[in-house]
Design a protein around this ligand. Sequence first.
Ligand SMILES: [Zn+2]
Length: 427
Amino acid sequence: MLEPIEFLEEELRNVEQSLKETLRYEYGHSISAQFYEECDLRLTALRDQFNQTIRASASPNRKYILGALTELHRLSILITRIERSHLGEFSWAFASALQNISAGPCTEQSRHSDNPEPLFFISAEGGISSYGLHPEQRLYTAQKRQIFNIVFPRTLRNHVLFHPILAHEIGHAAMSVSRNAKELEVNVLNVLIENSVIADDDAIENWLDRENQSASERDRQTIRRGWAEEFFCDLFGLMLIGPSFISAHLTLLDAIDDPDEQDFVSTHPPSAARYLLVAEAASNLGWSFDSSPCLSAWFKQHNEKCASVAAKFKFFDTEKIREAISNLRDFLSRYPNSLFPEKELERVGTLIQQLNFGAPPNDEIRFNNEGKLVPSEDVDFRTILFAGWVAWNVGLTYQDYEFSDLNRLCSLAIIQNTALREWKSHT
Ligand SMILES: [Zn+2]
């Protein structure tokens, strides 16, 4: 047998070894080293604690040993998940672009003066319900950066047009950051649910009665907090990643729930209530969908789908949605890349044309009279995603495309785009 202290020492060595093994893989441009450094910092602090407090003691306190082992266990789970998210399991370009728009709103107040940006890694699990976020609390002896793990269904790894849904998970990450939590809860979440069916216990009770549902006290508490945060994250995802969120969100939720046969679950709101909120929010964001026939046809199609859902799923006051949007816009605008840039909608028509020519939608390549390349502004990856959805729904003149073809072309465009952005930032 091994004494608990010996087992702890053995495990310290094992986790150290598995951290070294993660270096076998690439996780994306420059990000591997950053994951390694953060995990190494945490492990070194544990090793120091072991040497100074536990091993140095004549009769080591059992509580310290257990505490250190629990922390080591948590770190080992994190390292294993990171290892499973290496390149090839997910589009590195999408992960990099998502990190770029998400880091600001998810940066925690730090003891370090520079408030280092968090790291995100994306790993796959089985099944459509695997979408989720493993947030991170300040639980380690030493910790400099937050590491968020976003989980998605492995079958959809090449379907970049569904990836906008990951912006919902960024909402959970932003809400878990202590320096934002209060502001987002008071100014957005609480504003949104005011006068809604989840405004308070009485409102929830009334809704349950109307739906002939019963719920335990515990379920009611889960509904109040859990549903509110899910709705908040839908709003956050929409405003962060833009209108492609509407198509991805509606498709996935409509596929897994029949609005006429909704089973009540306390952890997540009815799907129909979620996509109705997103559609109404999109109508109130001031995005100019009527600027081109393609965009207005796409938006009309989505609105017609939502209008076919029973009115009982309209949970929120339009005025409160507007107020919550306005406050969330103020919050996201503080970060240079985070709010979806509405101006990008003007480029969607050009990108759809490229898709119809079988080209990745990455803006036109233009030459001046002397045959020199005219530099164009980078296309935001969020516009590429939106162009893919509009093309699929209403904009295709070339009819032989499968959905997977459009995903492939959009994915290629995002790779070109991100590679160019990273190349420019290093030259
Ligand atoms: Zn969620």
